[in-house]
Design a binder for this molecule. Sequence first.
Ligand code: UD1
Length: 364
Amino acid sequence: MARLLITGGAGFIGSHTCLVLLNAGHDLIVLDNYSNSSPKALERVIELASLSLEKATLRLEVVQGDVRDEGILERLFLEGSQAGRPIEAVIHFAGLKAVAESFLKPTSYWSVNVCGSQALLSKMEAYGCKTIVFSSSATLYGAAKSSPIPETAPIRPVNPYGATKAAVEMMLADLAGCSGNDAPFQTSQNGWRIARLRYFNPVGAHPSGRIGEDPSGHPNNLFPILSQLAIKRRSSFKVFGSDWPTPDGTGVRDYIHVMDVAEGHTAALDALLTSGPQLITLNLGSGKGYSVLEVLKAFEKASGVTVNYELVDRRQGDVAITVADPQFAYRRLGWKPKLKLSDMCRDVWTWQSANPLGFHNEAA
Ligand code: UD1
């Protein structure tokens, strides 16, 4: 079992992945600045992993800090190697991720996402830690010409957030000595083991309802909006566009349960640690698309709440259909999403109804 650094480990996908990694026996250091997350998420991960206080101290070290802070990174890598427990691999979630905000604050996105990755990778290089799983996004395919989308589709980010993910992907390819080659599997000649995971639409929550998505401010994504509506934290739901070239006219997306995404990370890490130096690029999706109205119906069924909606104009920057071709990930990782849309709706509802204010619940 490995000692891992998890940047952004208190966030939505990070916290679920920490739980799966702890259950798989790995020891973790989480670095998070809580800019869009809560330390409570990690307290609940400890609870869900059934770790005693003593075990938790040994197996999950939590450090509050920014991934761009070279002093903190130096301390973490140095302490590990001095104690004879070096960081063997990194899972890098830390970053800003709101598309609309990225248009308003492009320099912040480049600073946190790109400079943060650069600081981390430099430190890894300095300490000879050459294994990393990186959170990338399907957003870098932009308006893909065909569907389902394979990893070899052109990279055409249409927003600053996507541009920063594309930039980090290029940095990783350069590091692995694989610049300019877009094959999903490439051998690295210089010892790096890198997985670039392109998430489609991760949703859902741990089935216990103890951890889940807790966006700060006003959410823009479908599931957080639907669940806030169902608990009456908001009153209206707008369907963005009913004239898309899809069966019912509403946008189609590839939703994937966050627990399946978390399992995808452990599978990618195992693949890297048990085979030779390589750069792999993998779509994490289900290969199935659901329209906004199909999601709405599934959510109503799971929650028992009727969602009133109005059909409005398309949202700027949206595309008709985004569905993954996940076959390469399935073959390479021996991993496949297990959970269905009904599970995603049930678990989001369990989480949101038990935690109407997310991790800010008084009673939590
Ligand atoms: C968005 C991001 C994408 C990011 C992904 C993470 C944009 C343009 N894209 O993708 O970069 O990787 O989240 O999950 O923000 N919808 C409504 N009404 C709403 C909200 C959404 O009809 O109030 C529709 C959208 O038009 C879309 C679908 O629901 O068809 C999913 O939307 P959303 O959850 O925001 O995800 P994406 O737009 O696919």
